[in-house]
Design a protein around this ligand. Structure first.
Ligand code: NCD
Length: 309
């Protein structure tokens, strides 16, 4: 399979075979991601890391991934320190990054920004999150996490919880889990339900997600509980945010009826939706999940720049 030069904009641009190939390849990257082995496969390559929105895990794991492969990183974490402040267009910023590097990771508040970037760049674009749109590299690492923890995705009862309207990670994940034939339950406040177009995509793939506002009724059947933060920055109205913030709080009491091998995931950052007491339980795998961003992004960077292990 050849991914050289391919943009990574949305998970739906990949077939199941391609996703499987990438997940298997990422497994080989783990000892390198841990620093137990070293490699020079991306020596001489440069990544532009363009973050127009706040980020901790995505940016640092992209940069760690590039460094672990012996590549180098240029870029910014704060667009106010760039010519954007002087009114430069996104297209021109992308043209420059294209001239200075071999691959570009971009996070932007506008849906469709990564797709637009790909139109102006020869170098492959990695969508590191476009507004409330998509987050494909997170989706790869979420699938990788479920696979490594549960051995298979098909048939797992997966609950997606929280802000399903504005949360880009769950938009990508709902689609991908349907490709694998997982059972899906969407739990959210009424005003933050999964967009209809995504529910329709799941149905087209043969999965009919259940929808509810009540987590306590269904927690006992879950194999995977994927928790998300209410996306405060995407609310047009602060009043509306105040109405739904704190809708769900995962704590040990709520987890009493859960299966022993339930895994709890979260793309992070968490705010108040998972109590820190849960961190000590065997259910909590969100920090491991965050680490998995490194081998996944190593695999993607390596495949699209053509420096294969
Ligand atoms: C998520 C994001 O930015 O979409 N974080 C991440 O990339 N790990 C989730 C969030 O911000 O709530």
């Amino acid at each position: 399979m050849d991914f050289k030069g391919k943009d990574i904009i949305a998970i739906r641009d990949f077939s199941k075979q391609e996703i499987n190939y990438i997940l298997n390849y990422a497994k080989k990257m783990v000892p390198f991601a841990l620093g137990e082995k070293t490699t020079t496969i991306l020596q001489g390559k440069v990544l532009s890391s363009l973050f127009f929105e706040p980020s901790t895990r995505t940016r640092l794991s992209f940069e760690s991934a590039m460094n672990r492969l012996s590549g180098r990183v240029i870029g910014f974490a704060d667009p106010t320190a760039t010519s954007q402040k002087k009114g430069e267009t996104l297209a021109d910023t992308i043209r420059m990054a294209d001239a200075y590097s071999d691959v570009i990771a971009i996070r932007h508040p506008l849906e469709g920004a990564a797709r637009l970037a790909a139109d102006f760049s020869e170098a492959p674009i990695l969508n590191a999150g476009d507004g409330a749109g998509r987050h494909p590299t997170q989706c790869f690492l979420d699938l990788f996490t479920i696979l490594t923890e549960k051995n298979k995705i098909e048939g797992q009862n997966v609950v997606l919880l929280g802000d399903l309207k504005y949360g880009r990670t769950v938009h990508s994940l709902a689609y991908a889990l349907s490709v694998y034939g997982a059972e899906l339950t969407f739990v959210s406040p009424k005003s933050l339900q999964m967009p209809k177009e995504i529910v329709d995509e799941c149905k087209e793939l043969g999965v009919t997600p259940q929808s509810t506002t009540k987590l306590d009724r269904i927690i006992k059947d879950a194999d995977v509980l994927y928790v998300t933060r209410i996306q405060k920055e995407r609310f047009p109205d602060a009043e509306e945010y105040n109405r739904v913030v704190g809708s769900y709080k995962i704590n040990n009491e709520l987890l009493k009826p859960a299966k022993e091998d339930l895994i709890i995931m979260h793309p992070l950052p968490r705010v108040t939706e998972i109590h820190p007491e849960v961190d000590k339980t065997s259910h909590a795998i969100y920090f491991k999940q965050a680490f998995n961003g490194v081998p996944i992004r190593m695999a993607l960077l390596s495949l699209i720049t053509g420096g294969v292990l």
